[in-house]
Design a protein around this ligand. Structure first.
Ligand code: AMP
Length: 550
């Protein structure tokens, strides 16, 4: 039995991340140190975080929000987001973060699929993106605005801080079954609506163990995870994993700025740093001299995730910081790091590393029916993981068929193409499907196409990822216009603006090309791969094999 929890309490993520530390010598350690946009530094010890998350759990209870209810955030890296996430988990609610750079359409779709009951957001984001959607979201009962202490003047909203200050600071976490739902993370598909991957409280086992082994975290560390909290890395490694290990987590509210980042490492004495390839490539562009004007000597481990990390980037880490970047691999569905160049092994630059202890990974070929494991090294196939690790997703909300289709013969099929070398290291090759990775964000072409189709001039759209030296891919749209529309610059600008407004800058197309027609399969599906091959001036190959690709 865990001290502080009643018998048969099971396993609760927030208990493991916060309350457990208040029973011992970590109680007064700083858990979260926020570097605010204002320049202010705000610190929260584990004890203070316990009190605030208790208050938030009580706040939810007071609103009649309980077990299984979905509590969403649409916010940047601010203390209220962390309090909401952990307080929701204490109250056995299901926490779901949304990327604050999404436009109204992706927000509406996700709040609706996730059946949000509560949304925590800022005044600016609410007024710009959510207020207009309220009438189409009947299940969204409570919107809590985090700024403006004092009476909220925004109709149909409540004030986060007013309610939090009135809520009691003590809360008894109800007995939590490890299989109780805890988190919903949205991910995109090549067809259909975005998918909400369900994770359970047992995932905390993987969060803690992988933080230890893949990120080499210890309680003495000052850890900085640069991921946005709107995506899975921002929750698994930007909140849960480091807190379960009782260390101090740095949270920077600002967006990327290389010089500012070096200063943070220097001033905050960051010892472990977890970032992403796009950021590394942007830093490389500035050169290693820019790093050397700062004292980054506190760093002892650096890791990267989200997209392929070029071998040059691994080595540039050594040149600029005296340490290589350790690449690791995982997905929204896996909930935690599965494959890594971990501290105890030699890095092979360009490789994602080897499976973590307890994780079985393989290269497989899909057969009809079933799959076949590839025994020989260096053969490209689909990366598969033996099902059953604690942070494995337990479903796509409301889409059992789509969930079942991810598994074959006891293996989870990741949708990534990879190969394994004779030393057991895995090498990323590409995606099985048409998914786009731009600046680390997984973007479903279907979602972008659907938004552009709503423009009155558009008859057909096909969207692809076009290679880009910094962001890896950028979103490009091919458009067929309805009769009577001229394919000129003015319409092109209008369409790009339309995409940005509906989808948000991070996922909207950056490039757009007019076409008279788009290549299609016999059943009428747009052949995105052929568009891509044409864009890259690659041989179009035997198109018959493309005809019915998913
Ligand atoms: P997401 O679910 O948004 O986290 O995206 C997961 C996808 O990102 C994976 O399926 C890969 O395609 C890609 N990805 C993540 N980490 C890596 C990595 N280290 N190397 C190559 N691709 C990666």
């Amino acid at each position: 039995m865990l001290a502080g929890l009643p018998a048969n309490s099971g396993l609760n993520i927030a208990y493991e991340a916060v309350d457990r530390h208040t029973l011992g010598s970590g109680a007064d350690q700083v858990a979260l140190r926020f570097l605010r946009k204002s320049g202010q530094i705000q610190e929260y010890t584990y004890t203070r975080l316990q009190e605030l998350t208790n208050r938030f759990a009580n706040l939810l209870k007071g609103l009649g929000v309980g077990k299984g209810d979905r509590v969403f955030t649409l916010a940047g890296r601010m203390p209220e987001l962390y309090i909401t996430a952990l307080g929701t988990l204490k109250n056995l609610g299901v926490y779901c973060p949304l990327f604050s750079a999404f436009g109204p359409e992706p927000i509406r779709v996700r709040l609706s699929i996730g059946e949000a009951r509560v949304l925590v957001t800022t005044k600016a984001l609410y007024l710009r993106k959510v207020a207009q959607l309220r009438s189409s979201l009947p299940k969204l009962e409570h919107v809590l605005i985090v700024d403006e202490a004092g009476r909220s003047e925004i109709p149909d909203t409540l004030n986060f801080h007013d309610l939090l200050s009135k809520a009691p600071g003590r809360f008894a976490i109800p007995p939590t079954d490890p299989e109780d739902w805890a988190l919903l993370h949205f991910t995109s598909g090549t067809t259909g609506q975005p998918k909400a991957a369900v994770h359970v409280h047992a995932a905390v086992l993987a969060h803690q163990v992988t933080g230890k082994y893949a990120l080499d975290l210890y309680p003495e560390d000052i850890f900085w995870c640069t991921a946005d909290p709107g995506w899975v890395t921002g929750t698994s490694y930007g909140i849960i994993s480091p807190l379960t290990l009782g260390l101090t987590l740095i949270v920077d509210e600002e967006a990327f700025d290389a010089t500012r980042w070096y200063r943070i490492i220097q001033d905050q004495r960051v010892s472990v740093w977890y970032t992403a390839p796009t950021a590394v490539r942007m830093m490389m562009k500035m050169g290693s001299e820019a790093v050397k004007t700062f004292d980054t000597g506190s760093l002892r481990f650096m890791a990267s995730v989200g997209e392929p990390l070029n071998p040059e980037a691994v080595l540039w880490g050594k040149e600029a910081f005296g340490l290589p970047f350790h690449d690791n691999w995982w997905q929204t569905e896996t909930g935690g790091i599965m494959i890594a160049n971990y501290a105890a092994m030699d890095i092979k630059p360009g490789s994602m590393g080897r499976p973590l202890p307890g994780i079985e990974a393989a290269i497989v070929k899909r057969k009809k029916p079933g799959i076949e494991l590839v025994d020989n090294p260096d053969i490209t196939g689909e990366l598969a993981l033996k099902a059953g690790w604690p942070s494995m997703f337990r479903g796509y909300l409301g889409e059992d068929e789509r969930y079942r289709a991810c598994f074959q013969d006891g293996w989870y099929l990741t949708g990534d193409l990879a190969r394994q070398d004779s030393d057991g290291y895995f090498w990323f090759v590409g995606r099985v499907d048409d998914m786009i990775k731009s600046a680390g964000h997984l973007i479903g072409p279907f979602e972008v196409e659907s938004a552009l189709m709503e423009h009155p001039a558009v008859a057909e759209v096909g969207v692809i990822g076009k290679p880009d030296p910094i962001a890896k891919e950028l979103v490009k749209a091919f458009i067929v216009l309805k009769p009577g529309n001229r394919p000129d610059n003015a319409l092109q600008r209008d369409l790009l603006g339309f995409g940005r407004k509906r989808l948000g800058a991070a996922i909207a197309p950056k490039e757009l090309e007019f076409r008279r027609s788009l290549p299609k399969t016999r059943s009428g599906k747009i052949m995105r791969r052929l568009l891509k091959a044409q864009e890259l001036a690659l041989p179009e190959g035997d198109t018959s094999t493309l005809e019915e690709t998913p």
